[in-house]
Ligand binder design. Structure first.
Ligand code: DQA
Length: 146
């Protein structure tokens, strides 16, 4: 069975490209997906790349990843700072989990200092903009020893 890398994206990340470009840059989520797909396919893995604005949907997708992914990369958006449900779902994972953010939440507003994802993740990549996705994919591929 081929290995599958999951990349999950939370609320408002479907608006990348036009959403607060001074913070998140001008690259769209579709462009990021294309770049990740190339890297993953070159390594011979399958990619599941999804975005949802709904917390419960993201919980279900993490559960799917727990059942079938080799590794998970997650940019949970604002749910990072609020969602115990997402934290609990991530704790189902025995595979590597990479937390990802385009910006560096630690250097932003106080309400972004609460983080329910990081304590359930293997590692975090923050503050590199869209390049963080490439970095996370490269790291995930190494973690699954491709
Ligand atoms: C984000 C950071 C979060 O604080 C914010 O709510 C987002 C995007 C990032 O990628 O920098 O929606 O996850």
């Amino acid at each position: 069975m081929s290995k599958t890398l999951y990349i999950l994206n939370g609320p408002n990340l479907n608006r990348l490209g036009t959403r607060q470009p001074e913070i998140y840059g001008t690259v769209t989520l579709d462009e990021i997906k294309g770049c990740c797909a190339e890297l993953v396919s070159a390594a011979g893995l399958d990619l599941v790349f999804r975005q949802s604005n709904a917390e419960g949907e993201l919980v279900s997708q993490v559960q799917q990843a727990a059942d079938s992914a080799s590794a998970l990369i997650i940019n949970a958006g604002a749910y990072t700072h609020t969602s115990i449900a997402l934290h609990d779902a991530l704790k189902l994972m025995s595979q590597p989990v990479i937390e990802l953010h385009l910006s560096n939440p630690a250097a932003r507003e106080v309400f972004r200092q609460t983080n329910y994802v990081a304590p359930a993740a293997t590692a975090s990549i923050c503050g590199f903009g869209a390049m963080g996705y490439e970095m996370a994919v490269t790291a995930a591929l190494k973690l699954v020893k491709i």
